[in-house]
Design a protein. Sequence first.
Length: 301
Amino acid sequence: MPQCKTIAICNQKGGVGKTTTAINLGIGLAMQGKKVLLVDADPQGDLTTCLGWRDTDSLPTTLTTKLYETIREENADPFSGVLHHDEQVDLIPSNLELAGLEMNLVTTMSRESVLKNYLSQVKSNYDFIVIDTMPSLGMITLNALVAADSVIVPVQAQYLPAKGMTQLLQTVSKVKRQINPKLQIDGILLTLMEQNKATYEPKESALPDMCYSVLPSSGELIVINKDEKGYRPYTHQFADSATNREMCDQMNKNLGVTKRQEAAMLAGSMFGWKVPAANPKNYDGDGNPIKPPHKHKDKER
């Protein structure tokens, strides 16, 4: 049996397509012959409902049951209550009882690792575990991040939802540094995108309203606003310039800002917006300055 990979579908904003992503990803993997376990970690139970179990409150065993058994260290069958779907995926369902458990986790020993400890008992039977999280960054979502190998972040293709991802990325970074060093972001998944709107068409020639960058001198993460003079330090500082560059690239990607645009914004914020450096056309696709051709001395004379 190959090593099981655990994927958390996470975003604290609701209505961005987390449940839809979890279902389609899980069933898509099952169609490729993979053994998949879906975990409904949302008290609303939308994943459970979408897979056909409408009356979630009547289910005798849910994720809440399994987590309580783990907390109490009961010698229970970890596979009891796991539901089997016709699409060849298994499901650990959820209902409103999970909201009550989240409050009880506050006083639990190793509270961030309860879900991880439970999944460690069943993951040997699966190739993939996909966790559908609730729209918050509470204790249950934190448990999902600790249990996961990677995160997929569904987000609407709009400015405000993308801007609101900053807190989530900070949480992922903190979990990676302090609890789960193997945690990775698999990608940002654009959802609910209307391709017929001109606002989603890339415009390389136009500078964005704002972006993130890293100061070459100090490695400090900064925020650049085209309507403001200069730049301002980012409120959350990371460990080193390499980490800052990684987070900067991820956040600029969420905003749709290219390397060339970032370089132009950095030049404009440091030297003034009217200088030639603050022009996207002076940078190649990787953000490297394009040197002007040298003039012959004979022509200069």
